[in-house]
Design a protein around this ligand. Structure first.
Ligand code: GDP
Length: 196
């Protein structure tokens, strides 16, 4: 599938308002400010597709993009923003866990983490839930342009070693929206998922 075909479909206030559970879906998750919108724009070669640098912590919607008639990308709200009330955080975590567990068309999860601040608790949770739900997980270490070669390779090794313990299908890659680093390998993984 050519990811440049991506088009905005709808914004859903919660997981119960998503399109029907049919076809094939890939979800994108990450802490707010991890670079998720930028990565979606880079992967789809579409500058304004996902909105970058929106004020985090406000009412956040799930944005749905179509690739083809039956294939979609789902942009989940960024998590971990400090100013969100605890009760809302817990509610949202539960909704995410439910979505990962029960959404039948969901064929894979992309988790984005800033390469300088990888594997926070909530990131670990997301990855674990994805693995527990039996789906492949692609971890993109974003903003790779911010670190020197040796530093980013060290982080890559560390994250891979940590996640190897999960015994799931987890792929970890460096990514930079600024430089386009990791775009092709990520698209290869995602396309493989879409055709399973
Ligand atoms: P989101 O909240 O996860 O959707 O994050 P955004 O995509 O809005 O990015 C958050 C901030 O990080 C913005 O200021 C982006 O310009 C910056 N950013 C995102 N990706 C990159 C990248 O690959 N390299 C650099 N240097 N900055 C990036």
């Amino acid at each position: 599938v050519d990811f440049r075909l991506a088009r905005f479909v709808t914004s859903a206030p919660d997981i119960h308002h998503l399109p029907p559970d049919e076809g094939v879906e890939i979800a994108f998750a990450g802490r707010s400010n991890a670079g998720k919108s930028s990565a979606l724009n880079t992967l789809t070669d579409h500058n304004g597709l996902a909105h970058t640098s929106k004020r985090p912590g406000r009412t956040q919607l799930i944005n749905v993009f179509s690739l083809t008639e039956d294939k979609r990308l789902v942009d989940l709200p960024g998590y971990g923003f400090a100013k969100v009330p605890l009760e809302m955080k817990i509610k949202w975590q539960q909704a995410l866990a439910e979505y990962l567990e029960h959404r039948r068309c969901l064929k894979g999860l992309v988790v984005l983490m800033d390469v300088r601040h990888p594997l926070k608790d909530l990131d670990h949770n997301m990855i674990r839930w994805g693995v527990a739900a039996g789906m492949p997980v692609l971890v993109l270490l974003t903003k790779a342009d911010k670190l020197k070669q040796a530093e980013k390779n060290k982080t890559l090794r560390h994250v891979k070693a940590e996640l190897a313990e999960l015994e799931g299908e987890v792929v970890v890659q460096l990514f930079s929206s600024l430089k386009g680093t990791g775009r092709e390998p990520a698209l290869k993984v995602l396309n493989e998922w879409l055709h399973r």
